[in-house]
Design a protein around this ligand. Structure first.
Ligand code: UD1
Length: 356
Protein backbone atom coordinates (compact mmCIF):
# COMPACT_ATOMS: atom_id res chain seq x y z
CA UNK A 1 0.00 0.00 0.00
CA UNK A 2 1.23 3.48 -0.90
CA UNK A 3 0.16 6.32 1.38
CA UNK A 4 0.82 10.05 1.04
CA UNK A 5 0.40 12.40 4.02
CA UNK A 6 0.06 16.12 3.24
CA UNK A 7 0.90 18.65 5.98
CA UNK A 8 1.49 22.39 5.85
CA UNK A 9 1.12 24.11 9.22
CA UNK A 10 2.16 23.72 12.83
CA UNK A 11 -1.07 22.03 14.03
CA UNK A 12 -1.01 19.71 10.99
CA UNK A 13 2.35 18.29 12.11
CA UNK A 14 1.01 17.57 15.60
CA UNK A 15 -2.13 15.82 14.29
CA UNK A 16 -0.32 13.78 11.62
CA UNK A 17 2.90 12.64 13.36
CA UNK A 18 1.23 9.81 15.34
CA UNK A 19 -0.79 8.70 12.31
CA UNK A 20 2.39 8.31 10.24
CA UNK A 21 4.00 6.41 13.13
CA UNK A 22 1.04 4.06 13.60
CA UNK A 23 0.70 3.35 9.89
CA UNK A 24 4.43 2.76 9.43
CA UNK A 25 4.25 0.22 12.26
CA UNK A 26 1.07 -1.42 10.89
CA UNK A 27 2.21 -1.47 7.22
CA UNK A 28 6.03 -1.65 7.34
CA UNK A 29 6.28 -2.83 3.73
CA UNK A 30 4.20 0.08 2.43
CA UNK A 31 5.37 3.38 0.99
CA UNK A 32 4.77 6.27 3.42
CA UNK A 33 5.57 9.60 1.76
CA UNK A 34 5.31 12.86 3.67
CA UNK A 35 4.64 16.03 1.70
CA UNK A 36 5.19 19.42 3.38
CA UNK A 37 3.42 22.18 1.46
CA UNK A 38 5.50 24.92 3.12
CA UNK A 39 2.45 26.96 4.22
CA UNK A 40 4.40 27.41 7.47
CA UNK A 41 8.10 27.84 6.73
CA UNK A 42 9.83 29.73 9.60
CA UNK A 43 12.21 27.47 11.52
CA UNK A 44 10.20 28.02 14.73
CA UNK A 45 6.89 27.21 12.98
CA UNK A 46 8.10 24.16 11.06
CA UNK A 47 11.45 22.30 11.50
CA UNK A 48 11.45 22.60 15.30
CA UNK A 49 8.08 20.90 15.42
CA UNK A 50 8.98 18.11 13.03
CA UNK A 51 12.20 17.40 14.97
CA UNK A 52 10.48 17.28 18.36
CA UNK A 53 7.70 15.07 17.04
CA UNK A 54 10.24 12.62 15.65
CA UNK A 55 8.88 12.95 12.11
CA UNK A 56 11.41 12.00 9.43
CA UNK A 57 12.35 14.75 6.96
CA UNK A 58 9.55 15.25 4.41
CA UNK A 59 9.95 13.37 1.12
CA UNK A 60 8.71 16.39 -0.83
CA UNK A 61 8.78 20.11 0.02
CA UNK A 62 6.40 22.24 -2.03
CA UNK A 63 7.58 25.59 -0.60
CA UNK A 64 4.34 27.45 -1.30
CA UNK A 65 4.86 30.06 1.46
CA UNK A 66 2.41 32.85 2.28
CA UNK A 67 -0.07 34.60 0.03
CA UNK A 68 -3.77 35.31 -0.36
CA UNK A 69 -6.09 32.35 0.21
CA UNK A 70 -6.50 31.79 -3.52
CA UNK A 71 -2.75 32.07 -4.18
CA UNK A 72 -1.81 29.71 -1.36
CA UNK A 73 -4.47 27.14 -2.28
CA UNK A 74 -3.68 27.30 -5.98
CA UNK A 75 0.08 26.97 -5.42
CA UNK A 76 -0.41 23.84 -3.32
CA UNK A 77 -2.64 22.32 -6.01
CA UNK A 78 -0.26 23.14 -8.84
CA UNK A 79 2.79 21.77 -7.04
CA UNK A 80 1.07 18.75 -5.49
CA UNK A 81 -0.45 17.37 -8.69
CA UNK A 82 2.85 16.21 -10.28
CA UNK A 83 4.06 14.80 -6.95
CA UNK A 84 0.90 12.70 -6.63
CA UNK A 85 1.34 11.57 -10.24
CA UNK A 86 4.88 10.44 -9.34
CA UNK A 87 3.96 8.82 -5.99
CA UNK A 88 0.79 7.09 -7.32
CA UNK A 89 -0.65 6.66 -3.79
CA UNK A 90 -3.58 4.40 -2.89
CA UNK A 91 -4.60 6.92 -0.24
CA UNK A 92 -3.92 10.58 0.57
CA UNK A 93 -4.30 11.52 4.24
CA UNK A 94 -5.00 15.17 5.13
CA UNK A 95 -5.44 16.59 8.65
CA UNK A 96 -7.30 19.57 10.04
CA UNK A 97 -8.76 22.59 8.28
CA UNK A 98 -6.05 24.82 6.86
CA UNK A 99 -5.64 25.94 3.25
CA UNK A 100 -3.20 23.09 2.61
CA UNK A 101 -5.87 20.59 3.75
CA UNK A 102 -8.43 21.90 1.28
CA UNK A 103 -5.94 22.10 -1.59
CA UNK A 104 -4.62 18.58 -1.03
CA UNK A 105 -8.09 17.02 -0.74
CA UNK A 106 -9.23 18.73 -3.95
CA UNK A 107 -6.10 17.80 -5.92
CA UNK A 108 -6.27 14.14 -4.88
CA UNK A 109 -10.04 13.86 -5.47
CA UNK A 110 -9.65 15.28 -9.01
CA UNK A 111 -7.00 12.63 -9.68
CA UNK A 112 -9.48 10.04 -8.35
CA UNK A 113 -7.18 9.09 -5.49
CA UNK A 114 -9.07 8.15 -2.28
CA UNK A 115 -8.78 10.79 0.46
CA UNK A 116 -8.90 10.34 4.25
CA UNK A 117 -9.60 13.37 6.43
CA UNK A 118 -8.32 13.38 10.02
CA UNK A 119 -10.38 15.60 12.40
CA UNK A 120 -13.44 15.46 10.21
CA UNK A 121 -16.92 16.88 10.94
CA UNK A 122 -16.04 19.89 13.10
CA UNK A 123 -18.26 22.91 12.38
CA UNK A 124 -18.36 26.42 13.82
CA UNK A 125 -21.33 27.31 11.53
CA UNK A 126 -19.47 30.54 10.81
CA UNK A 127 -18.62 30.80 7.12
CA UNK A 128 -16.61 33.98 7.65
CA UNK A 129 -13.89 31.69 9.07
CA UNK A 130 -11.68 30.42 6.24
CA UNK A 131 -11.23 27.15 8.12
CA UNK A 132 -15.00 26.45 8.05
CA UNK A 133 -15.00 26.50 4.23
CA UNK A 134 -11.91 24.28 4.20
CA UNK A 135 -13.58 21.75 6.52
CA UNK A 136 -16.82 21.57 4.54
CA UNK A 137 -15.08 20.98 1.22
CA UNK A 138 -12.48 18.54 2.61
CA UNK A 139 -15.24 16.45 4.22
CA UNK A 140 -17.36 16.36 1.07
CA UNK A 141 -14.38 15.20 -0.99
CA UNK A 142 -13.07 12.60 1.45
CA UNK A 143 -13.79 8.89 1.20
CA UNK A 144 -12.81 8.14 4.81
CA UNK A 145 -13.73 10.58 7.55
CA UNK A 146 -11.94 10.14 10.88
CA UNK A 147 -13.93 11.79 13.69
CA UNK A 148 -12.67 12.77 17.11
CA UNK A 149 -15.99 13.50 18.84
CA UNK A 150 -19.54 12.23 18.52
CA UNK A 151 -21.14 15.57 17.60
CA UNK A 152 -19.02 15.58 14.41
CA UNK A 153 -21.18 12.68 13.12
CA UNK A 154 -24.35 14.78 13.47
CA UNK A 155 -22.76 17.62 11.51
CA UNK A 156 -21.75 15.27 8.71
CA UNK A 157 -25.16 13.56 8.59
CA UNK A 158 -26.80 16.99 8.25
CA UNK A 159 -24.63 17.55 5.14
CA UNK A 160 -25.76 14.25 3.62
CA UNK A 161 -22.57 12.29 4.22
CA UNK A 162 -23.12 8.53 4.32
CA UNK A 163 -22.62 6.72 7.60
CA UNK A 164 -20.21 4.14 6.14
CA UNK A 165 -17.65 6.87 5.35
CA UNK A 166 -17.45 7.93 9.03
CA UNK A 167 -15.18 6.40 11.68
CA UNK A 168 -15.19 7.67 15.26
CA UNK A 169 -11.54 7.10 16.22
CA UNK A 170 -10.62 9.78 18.78
CA UNK A 171 -8.18 12.67 18.80
CA UNK A 172 -4.74 12.27 17.21
CA UNK A 173 -3.53 15.59 18.68
CA UNK A 174 -4.08 14.01 22.11
CA UNK A 175 -2.05 10.97 20.95
CA UNK A 176 0.91 13.30 20.43
CA UNK A 177 0.35 15.07 23.73
CA UNK A 178 0.14 11.77 25.64
CA UNK A 179 3.28 10.46 23.91
CA UNK A 180 5.26 13.57 24.90
CA UNK A 181 3.88 13.80 28.43
CA UNK A 182 6.97 12.48 30.28
CA UNK A 183 9.15 14.94 28.38
CA UNK A 184 7.06 18.09 28.76
CA UNK A 185 6.24 17.41 32.42
CA UNK A 186 9.95 17.63 33.20
CA UNK A 187 10.84 20.47 30.80
CA UNK A 188 10.45 23.22 33.45
CA UNK A 189 9.83 25.95 30.88
CA UNK A 190 7.90 28.21 33.30
CA UNK A 191 10.90 28.33 35.66
CA UNK A 192 13.22 29.26 32.79
CA UNK A 193 10.93 32.17 31.90
CA UNK A 194 10.87 33.27 35.54
CA UNK A 195 7.19 32.52 36.27
CA UNK A 196 5.84 30.14 38.91
CA UNK A 197 3.81 27.03 37.90
CA UNK A 198 0.07 27.55 38.44
CA UNK A 199 0.48 31.29 38.74
CA UNK A 200 0.47 32.74 35.21
CA UNK A 201 -1.80 33.11 32.19
CA UNK A 202 -0.58 31.73 28.86
CA UNK A 203 -1.87 33.58 25.78
CA UNK A 204 -1.95 32.68 22.07
CA UNK A 205 -3.75 34.78 19.46
CA UNK A 206 -3.46 34.53 15.69
CA UNK A 207 -6.87 34.54 14.00
CA UNK A 208 -7.50 37.27 11.40
CA UNK A 209 -10.80 38.28 13.09
CA UNK A 210 -8.83 39.26 16.18
CA UNK A 211 -5.36 40.25 15.07
CA UNK A 212 -5.82 41.72 11.57
CA UNK A 213 -8.32 44.40 12.59
CA UNK A 214 -9.08 47.08 15.17
CA UNK A 215 -9.51 44.62 18.09
CA UNK A 216 -5.76 44.04 18.52
CA UNK A 217 -4.83 47.32 20.34
CA UNK A 218 -7.74 46.87 22.79
CA UNK A 219 -6.69 43.25 23.36
CA UNK A 220 -3.13 44.32 24.23
CA UNK A 221 -4.50 46.95 26.66
CA UNK A 222 -6.63 44.28 28.34
CA UNK A 223 -3.68 41.86 28.53
CA UNK A 224 -1.60 44.59 30.17
CA UNK A 225 -4.39 45.02 32.76
CA UNK A 226 -4.50 41.24 33.37
CA UNK A 227 -0.72 41.28 33.77
CA UNK A 228 -1.16 43.51 36.83
CA UNK A 229 -3.05 40.57 38.47
CA UNK A 230 -0.95 37.64 37.20
CA UNK A 231 2.06 37.30 34.88
CA UNK A 232 1.01 36.90 31.24
CA UNK A 233 3.20 34.77 28.93
CA UNK A 234 2.50 35.40 25.24
CA UNK A 235 4.44 33.53 22.52
CA UNK A 236 3.60 35.55 19.43
CA UNK A 237 2.60 33.92 16.10
CA UNK A 238 4.30 35.57 13.07
CA UNK A 239 0.98 36.83 11.73
CA UNK A 240 0.26 38.54 15.08
CA UNK A 241 3.84 39.85 15.37
CA UNK A 242 3.45 41.62 12.03
CA UNK A 243 0.23 43.30 13.18
CA UNK A 244 1.67 44.18 16.60
CA UNK A 245 4.49 46.24 15.14
CA UNK A 246 2.12 49.20 15.05
CA UNK A 247 0.79 48.65 18.60
CA UNK A 248 2.38 49.57 21.96
CA UNK A 249 3.13 46.14 23.43
CA UNK A 250 5.79 46.86 26.09
CA UNK A 251 4.01 46.48 29.42
CA UNK A 252 5.34 45.24 32.76
CA UNK A 253 4.23 41.65 33.47
CA UNK A 254 3.52 40.94 29.79
CA UNK A 255 6.19 38.46 28.69
CA UNK A 256 6.29 38.33 24.88
CA UNK A 257 8.36 35.68 23.11
CA UNK A 258 8.99 34.18 19.70
CA UNK A 259 6.85 31.12 18.82
CA UNK A 260 7.95 28.22 21.07
CA UNK A 261 8.79 24.62 20.25
CA UNK A 262 6.07 22.11 21.10
CA UNK A 263 7.71 20.69 24.25
CA UNK A 264 8.22 24.16 25.72
CA UNK A 265 4.70 25.14 24.77
CA UNK A 266 3.12 22.02 26.30
CA UNK A 267 5.20 22.49 29.44
CA UNK A 268 3.85 26.05 29.77
CA UNK A 269 0.32 24.88 28.99
CA UNK A 270 0.37 22.11 31.61
CA UNK A 271 1.69 24.49 34.30
CA UNK A 272 -0.53 27.49 33.47
CA UNK A 273 -3.08 28.89 35.91
CA UNK A 274 -5.21 29.90 32.92
CA UNK A 275 -5.00 29.95 29.13
CA UNK A 276 -6.42 32.61 26.82
CA UNK A 277 -6.56 31.68 23.15
CA UNK A 278 -8.31 31.83 19.79
CA UNK A 279 -6.72 28.56 18.62
CA UNK A 280 -8.72 25.39 18.00
CA UNK A 281 -6.18 22.81 19.13
CA UNK A 282 -5.39 24.59 22.40
CA UNK A 283 -9.05 24.36 23.45
CA UNK A 284 -8.62 20.59 23.18
CA UNK A 285 -5.22 20.33 24.83
CA UNK A 286 -6.39 22.34 27.86
CA UNK A 287 -9.49 20.15 28.17
CA UNK A 288 -7.29 17.05 28.21
CA UNK A 289 -4.86 18.61 30.72
CA UNK A 290 -7.65 20.02 32.94
CA UNK A 291 -6.40 23.62 32.62
CA UNK A 292 -9.01 26.46 32.52
CA UNK A 293 -9.21 27.86 28.98
CA UNK A 294 -10.84 31.13 27.88
CA UNK A 295 -11.51 31.44 24.16
CA UNK A 296 -11.72 34.87 22.58
CA UNK A 297 -14.19 33.90 19.86
CA UNK A 298 -17.96 34.05 19.35
CA UNK A 299 -18.16 30.36 18.48
CA UNK A 300 -16.17 27.16 18.49
CA UNK A 301 -16.09 24.18 16.15
CA UNK A 302 -15.11 22.18 19.26
CA UNK A 303 -18.19 22.52 21.53
CA UNK A 304 -17.23 19.37 23.43
CA UNK A 305 -14.45 21.40 25.09
CA UNK A 306 -17.17 23.64 26.58
CA UNK A 307 -19.79 20.98 27.44
CA UNK A 308 -17.38 18.33 28.72
CA UNK A 309 -14.11 20.18 29.18
CA UNK A 310 -12.54 23.28 30.70
CA UNK A 311 -13.26 25.80 27.94
CA UNK A 312 -15.27 29.04 28.32
CA UNK A 313 -16.24 31.11 25.27
CA UNK A 314 -15.61 34.77 26.08
CA UNK A 315 -16.86 36.09 22.74
CA UNK A 316 -14.85 38.13 20.26
CA UNK A 317 -14.62 40.91 22.82
CA UNK A 318 -11.31 41.96 24.38
CA UNK A 319 -13.09 43.61 27.34
CA UNK A 320 -14.15 40.10 28.46
CA UNK A 321 -10.50 39.40 29.39
CA UNK A 322 -11.20 41.40 32.57
CA UNK A 323 -13.56 38.59 33.72
CA UNK A 324 -10.79 35.99 33.90
CA UNK A 325 -9.55 36.51 37.50
CA UNK A 326 -13.10 36.26 38.90
CA UNK A 327 -13.95 33.23 36.74
CA UNK A 328 -10.80 31.49 37.99
CA UNK A 329 -11.72 32.15 41.61
CA UNK A 330 -15.19 30.62 41.06
CA UNK A 331 -14.25 27.59 38.93
CA UNK A 332 -15.24 24.09 40.13
CA UNK A 333 -12.53 22.20 42.01
CA UNK A 334 -13.08 18.93 40.13
CA UNK A 335 -11.26 18.46 36.86
CA UNK A 336 -13.50 16.82 34.19
CA UNK A 337 -12.53 13.49 32.56
CA UNK A 338 -11.26 13.76 28.97
CA UNK A 339 -13.93 13.20 26.26
CA UNK A 340 -14.44 9.64 24.94
CA UNK A 341 -11.52 8.19 22.92
CA UNK A 342 -9.15 11.07 23.77
CA UNK A 343 -6.94 8.36 25.15
CA UNK A 344 -3.69 8.39 23.16
CA UNK A 345 -4.76 5.55 20.80
CA UNK A 346 -6.68 7.31 18.01
CA UNK A 347 -3.89 6.82 15.46
CA UNK A 348 -3.79 3.06 16.09
CA UNK A 349 -7.53 2.95 15.34
CA UNK A 350 -6.94 4.87 12.12
CA UNK A 351 -4.11 2.49 11.16
CA UNK A 352 -6.34 -0.55 11.76
CA UNK A 353 -9.12 0.89 9.59
CA UNK A 354 -6.73 1.87 6.78
CA UNK A 355 -5.00 -1.51 6.89
CA UNK A 356 -8.28 -3.39 6.68
C1 UD1 B 1 -2.91 29.07 9.48
C2 UD1 B 1 -4.31 28.49 9.27
C3 UD1 B 1 -5.06 28.51 10.59
C4 UD1 B 1 -4.26 27.81 11.67
C5 UD1 B 1 -2.88 28.43 11.76
C6 UD1 B 1 -2.03 27.72 12.78
C7 UD1 B 1 -5.40 28.84 7.09
C8 UD1 B 1 -6.45 29.62 6.37
N1 UD1 B 1 -5.10 29.28 8.32
O1 UD1 B 1 -3.06 30.43 9.87
O2 UD1 B 1 -6.29 27.81 10.42
O3 UD1 B 1 -4.95 27.93 12.89
O4 UD1 B 1 -2.24 28.34 10.47
O5 UD1 B 1 -0.86 28.46 13.05
O6 UD1 B 1 -4.86 27.90 6.54
N2 UD1 B 1 3.97 33.64 8.53
C9 UD1 B 1 5.31 33.70 8.76
N3 UD1 B 1 6.01 32.52 8.86
C10 UD1 B 1 5.42 31.30 8.74
C11 UD1 B 1 4.04 31.24 8.50
C12 UD1 B 1 3.31 32.42 8.40
O7 UD1 B 1 5.88 34.77 8.88
O8 UD1 B 1 6.10 30.28 8.85
C13 UD1 B 1 3.19 34.90 8.48
C14 UD1 B 1 3.11 35.49 7.10
O9 UD1 B 1 3.10 36.87 7.22
C15 UD1 B 1 1.74 35.04 6.62
C16 UD1 B 1 0.96 35.04 7.90
O10 UD1 B 1 1.87 34.65 8.91
O11 UD1 B 1 1.22 35.86 5.64
C17 UD1 B 1 -0.21 34.11 7.91
O12 UD1 B 1 0.19 32.76 7.58
P1 UD1 B 1 -0.89 31.76 6.93
O13 UD1 B 1 -0.29 30.43 6.70
O14 UD1 B 1 -1.57 32.42 5.76
O15 UD1 B 1 -2.01 31.66 8.06
P2 UD1 B 1 -1.90 31.50 9.64
O16 UD1 B 1 -2.35 32.76 10.26
O17 UD1 B 1 -0.58 30.92 10.05
Amino acid sequence: MRIVYVVGTRPNFVKTAPVVGALRARLPEGRHALIHTGQHYDHLMSEVFLEELGVPAPDHMLEVGSGSHAQQTARVMERLEPVLAEERPDLVIVPGDVNSTLAAALTAAKLQIPVAHVESGLRSFDRTMPEELNRIVADQLSDHLFLHCEDAAQNLRAEGIAEDRMHFVGNTMIDTLAALEDRFRTAGTAGRLGVAPGDYALVTLHRPALVDGPLLPETITQLAALAREMPVVFPVHPRTRKMMEAVESEHPGLLLSEPLGYLDFLSLLADAGAVLTDSGGIQEETTYLGIPCFTLRDNTERPITVTEGTNTLLGLDPSAIAQIPKALAQRPAKRPDPPPLWDGHASERIANIVAS
